[in-house]
Design a protein around this ligand. Structure first.
Ligand code: FAD
Ligand code: FES
Length: 340
C-alpha cells in the first residue's frame, strides 16, 4: 500500500510504501532530508508530522521520548506511513542524482596518525566513479551482516581512493580488526555515500566547524573541498581532543590558517595539555561560545561524540542565539546491533 507524503513548507511530494521507512522513501525520490545513523540513534531525522498517521516502528524512546511522540514528532528513519502525510521539513535538498551504491574496495594503505587513530585509505575499483558530497560517510558491510559507519575524510576522489580516520574503540569488533589484523590489499565491502552532513551553499554566513576527535574527518573533507573550489567564506575551526595526540592533523589545520586570511583554527585540549601548551583548554564548544557570544548570523557544523553535539546544540541555541535551523551535525553514534 502506498501513501502520498508532502514536505512543508516546500510542498515537495513523494510516495511512501507502508513497509518502507519515510527516510528511505524520501531518498528514493532523490530528496535529501536531514539524516545520520539511519537506525534511530542520532535524532538527525526527527521531523514533525503535521497531518496523518505514522507507525513509529523501532524508534527508541531514548531518541523519541513520549513527549516528542505526543507533540507529533517522528524519526523518519524508523517511521512508516499509515495514511497520506504532511511533514514539516525545512532543510530539504535535491540528492544531486548521487546514487547510493554497494562496492568492493581494497585497503590501499594504513597509517597510524595517533596511538588510537588510523588513517585507512581505500582504493575503489578502477572502472567506478564514486560520487559523494564532502561530509558524507560510508558503511562497511561486515561478513556477519553488521555495518559500521565512517566519514569520508577526503574531498577529491579523482584518484579513486577514499580516506577514512578510524578511532580505536577498546573492545570494538571492527576498529580492533583495523588496528590489529587489517593489511594492505585486503578486500572490504562498502555502501555509500550516506548522510546529509555537508555544507549548505545557498548562504554565505560565516561558518563555525566544531570537531571532536575523529569528528575532524568529514570536516576535513568539507574544508579541502572549499579550498579546492576557492569558495570564500569566513571559517573558524574548533577542534577538540582530550590530549594533544588527538589533534592528529594539527599541522594541516595550521597550514589552512596560514593559507587563507578568512580561516581561523582554534585547537582545544580538554584533559591533559602537554608541557608548554599555550592553546585553549576545556570543552571545545565552550571555547567557541567564549569567542563568538552572538552566533545568530553563523552556521555551525558539528561532528563527533553524541554528547558533545547535544551540549553544543543546546548551549549555542539557548545562550548564543544560534537558530536551530543553522545547526548541522553528524553524531558518531554506535551501531544499533550493539548493546550500548
Ligand atoms: C554517521 C557516522 C559516521 C561515523 N564516522 C566515524 C569516523 O569518521 N571515525 C570514527 O572513528 N568513528 C566514526 N563513527 C563511529 C564508528 O562508526 C564507531 O566507532 C564504530 O562503529 C565502532 O565499531 P566497532 O565494531 O569497533 O565497535 P563495536 O563492536 O560496535 O562496539 C564495542 C563497544 O564499544 C561501544 N562503542 C562503539 N562505538 C563507540 C564510539 N564511537 N564511542 C564510544 N563507545 C563506542 C559500543 O557501545 C560497544 O559497547 C561514525 C558513526 C556514525 C554513525
Ligand atoms: S535517528 Fe534517524 S537518522 Fe539517526
Amino acid at each position: 500500500m502506498s501513501f502520498k507524503v508532502t514536505l512543508q513548507p516546500s510542498g515537495r511530494p513523494f510516495t511512501a510504501q507502508a513497509d518502507t521507512s519515510l527516510l528511505q522513501a524520501a531518498l528514493d525520490a532523490e530528496l535529501l532530508v536531514p539524516y545520520g545513523c539511519r537506525d534511530g540513534a542520532c535524532g538527525a531525522c526527527k521531523a514533525k508530522i503535521l497531518e496523518g498517521q505514522v507507525d513509529h516502528g523501532k524508534s527508541p524512546f531514548t531518541t523519541l521520548p513520549e513527549t516528542d511522540r505526543a507533540a507529533g514528532m517522528a524519526l523518519m528513519c524508523c517511521a512508516h506511513a499509515r495514511s497520506d502525510l504532511s511533514i514539516e521539513c525545512r532543510d530539504v535538498r535535491s540528492a544531486h542524482d548521487i546514487p547510493v551504491r554497494k562496492l568492493p574496495c581494497r585497503v590501499q594503505n594504513l597509517e597510524k596518525l595517533a596511538p588510537d587513530v588510523m588513517l585507512l585509505r581505500l582504493r575503489l575499483p578502477p572502472s567506478e566513479v564514486f560520487q559523494f558530497l564532502p561530509g558524507q560517510y560510508v558503511d562497511f558491510m561486515l561478513a556477519d551482516g553488521q555495518r559500521r559507519s565512517f566519514s569520508i575524510a577526503s574531498a577529491a576522489h579523482a584518484d579513486n581512493s577514499l580516506e577514512l580516520h578510524v578511532r580505536l574503540i577498546p573492545g570494538g569488533q571492527f576498529t580492533s580488526h583495523v588496528f590489529s589484523a587489517m593489511k594492505e590489499r585486503d578486500i572490504l565491502r562498502i555502501e555509500g555515500p550516506l548522510g546529509s552532513f555537508s555544507l549548505r551553499e545557498d548562504n554565505t554566513a560565516p561558518v563555525v566547524f566544531l570537531a571532536g576527535g575523529t569528528g575532524f574527518a568529514p570536516i576535513k573533507a568539507i574544508i579541502e573541498d572549499l579550498i579546492a573550489r576557492e569558495i570564500e567564506r569566513p571559517i573558524t575551526l574548533y577542534w577538540g581532543a582530550r590530549e594533544r595526540s588527538g589533534l592528529y592533523l594539527h599541522e594541516l589545520a595550521e597550514r589552512w590558517a596560514r593559507q587563507r586570511a578568512d580561516f581561523r583554527y582554534v585547537p582545544v585540549i580538554s584533559e591533559q595539555p602537554p608541557e608548554g601548551w599555550s592553546g585553549r583548554t576545556g570543552l571545545v564548544h565552550h571555547a567557541a561560545m567564549q569567542d563568538i557570544p552572538d552566533m545568530s548570523g553563523h552556521q555551525v557544523y558539528a561532528c563527533g561524540a553524541p554528547a558533545m553535539i547535544d551540549s553544543a546544540k543546546k548551549d549555542f541555541s539557548e545562550r548564543c542565539g544560534l537558530p536551530l535551523s543553522s545547526f548541522y551535525a553528524d553524531a558518531f553514534t554506535f551501531s544499533a546491533n550493539n548493546p550500548v
